[in-house]
Design a protein around this ligand. Structure first.
Ligand code: GLU
Length: 518
């Protein structure tokens, strides 16, 4: 039977969305769109102790920025709502009762202290078929006692009764047949009387079933709970309509072993969250891809290739292309190294695809932060002249490195001389020392004269006049001329630079240099 593809991204609002969660959502999105299916946005907020205000809004805003669109769910609406688990209490109660009535779950009255005592007494204590008889629950206590406790309003949890000694198979799209023996599972808590809420395990299964989810694509960390989920589907009699599972590869640290963590980001200087996050409790600010100047298309493209590739070397892909090429069953089982430097490379690629006009708003902001006002035309011109330059930077380990311009913010201080004349001419500067000789002053004085005679101060006319003079004189004035206009050995083609500065500013800088370097 061909089933409509319905997938879901189901975060718990416990803080900002980790970049690994973004990749999970992206894979769900690609898979849904590729199959003409639906992507559901569900909030799994049944653990009230871990609820963080603002997290849900943050997640929604992050996906809006990234261009990952949901078809239904919290803030999108739809026919399977409500989509926030805390608003679905009544629904879960019924399913908990069903399992209790059928003897597939039981009440457990053990207090936290009693549980602690057992853990202290028995090494590696696990609440299961072997131990449940020694505990206080509806399987070990007489019925009258159970009824009394319930009618007196004693606190309880409902536990899933796991039959030991069975091999449980999970048919995972990425990992193949995963099999574990039910004896290693504990009788998971499905419901807590204290807040009248189910736990993740129950709510997750009930909702996937009721929302007609066809595929569960989730992070690797949930793989251990998959066998339990299979048993729950069975207990409810839903095996036929059980979704297919796909557990994605882990994201690994950029260097060393283990899974990517926020600390790696802090240490190496890259964000692990899509948007900047202001922690409401501690006030701590964590950096985000958006605020760091990444383009959403670049982030999406970068993440898509962490665990999947189209089978050839193609790296730059639009969302449309990825929807066509994506292949869930070809995702890697092995962890994907989070190569954040590659993320910077993607941003460079996507930034260069943008016309200069689209750099202008952010560039203008950057200039204003540095006390500079300029026209959008000049700003666009400067972008065009400088966007292919290489910048030097110091990495988090203090090493000096070079890379292509990858962020609009890389343009400062690189382009400063377009807007601010050199405030000094330093004879000790290496470039100046090398290019300012005995005869240079007189040459530059002459060049200033040539430039002042250019009527129409465009690249072509400046070039015609200067080259005619160069030929007649037989000199090579460019480096010294650069010293006059920039103060050192930076910048674009001299004709471009002079035209961009304009005649007045060019001549003023020539005068200043001649006065300073006499
Ligand atoms: N609420 C779980 C989370 O926070 C969802 C896991 C799943 O996809 O089933 O990641």
């Amino acid at each position: 039977m061909d089933r409509k593809v319905r997938v879901r991204f189901a975060p718990s609002p416990t803080g900002p969305l980790h970049i690994g969660g973004v990749r999970t959502a992206l894979y769900n999105y690609l898979f849904a769109k590729q199959n003409g299916g639906d992507l559901i946005f569900r909030i799994e907020d049944t653990d009230s102790s871990r609820f963080v205000p603002g997290a849900e809004q943050y997640i929604i805003e992050a996906f809006e920025w990234l261009g990952i669109k949901f078809d239904e769910g919290v803030s999108y609406g739809g026919e399977y709502g409500p989509y926030r688990q805390s608003e679905r209490r009544e629904i879960y109660k019924k399913y908990v009762d069903q399992l209790l009535d059928e003897g597939k779950a039981y009440y457990a009255f053990d207090t936290p202290e009693e549980l602690d005592a057992k853990r202290a007494e028995i090494e590696n204590f696990q609440y299961d078929a072997k131990t449940r008889g020694m505990m206080r629950n509806s399987l070990s206590l007489p019925k009258t006692e159970v009824d009394r406790l319930l009618s007196e309003g004693a606190q309880y949890v409902v536990r899933f009764k796991i039959e030991p000694g069975r091999d449980v198979h999970v048919d995972d799209i990425i990992r193949g047949d995963v099999s574990i023996n039910s004896s290693i599972l504990d009788d998971k808590v499905l419901f807590k009387s204290a807040d009248q809420l189910p736990t993740y395990h129950l709510a997750n299964i009930v909702d996937d079933h009721l929302m007609e989810v066809s595929h569960v694509i989730r992070g690797e960390e949930w793989l251990p709970s998959a066998p339990l989920h299979v048993l729950l589907y069975e207990a409810f009699g839903w095996t036929e309509s059980m979704p297919r599972f796909a557990h994605l590869p882990l994201l690994l640290k950029p260097v060393g072993n283990g899974k990517l963590s926020k600390r790696d980001g802090d240490k190496l200087g890259f964000p692990v969250f899509p948007l900047e996050w202001h922690d409401p409790k501690s006030g701590e600010v964590s950096s985000g891809y958006r605020e760091k100047g990444y383009l959403p298309e670049a982030v999406v493209n970068f993440l898509a290739l962490l665990g999947w590739n189209p089978g050839n070397d193609q790296e730059i892909m639009s969302m449309e292309e990825m929807i066509k090429l994506f292949n869930l069953s070809k995702c890697s089982k092995n962890g994907a190294r989070f190569d954040y430097v590659k993320g910077i490379w993607f941003n460079h690629q996507y930034l260069l695809q943008r016309p200069a006009e689209l750099w202008v708003p952010e560039f203008d902001k950057l200039l204003r932060e540095n006390g500079i006002e300029a026209t959008p035309e000049k700003e666009a011109k400067v972008v065009d002249l400088m966007k292919l330059k290489v910048i030097e930077y110091t990495d988090n380990q203090g090493n000096k490195k070079k890379r292509n311009i990858s962020f609009v913010s890389d343009l400062w201080p690189l382009t400063k001389f377009f807007f601010v004349a050199p405030d000094k001419y330093d004879k000790e500067d290496k470039f100046v020392r090398k290019n300012w000789k005995e005869e240079t002053w007189a040459e530059m004085d002459e060049l200033a004269g040539v430039l002042s005679a250019v009527d129409n101060f465009t690249v072509d006319e400046i070039k015609d006049m200067v080259e005619a003079w160069v030929e007649a004189k037989g000199c090579k004035p460019w480096n010294a001329w650069r010293v006059c206009l920039v103060g050192t050995g930076q910048g674009p083609d001299m004709y471009e630079l002079a035209a961009c500065l304009g005649k007045e500013e060019t001549l003023r800088r020539m005068d200043n240099a001649l006065a300073a370097l006499k």
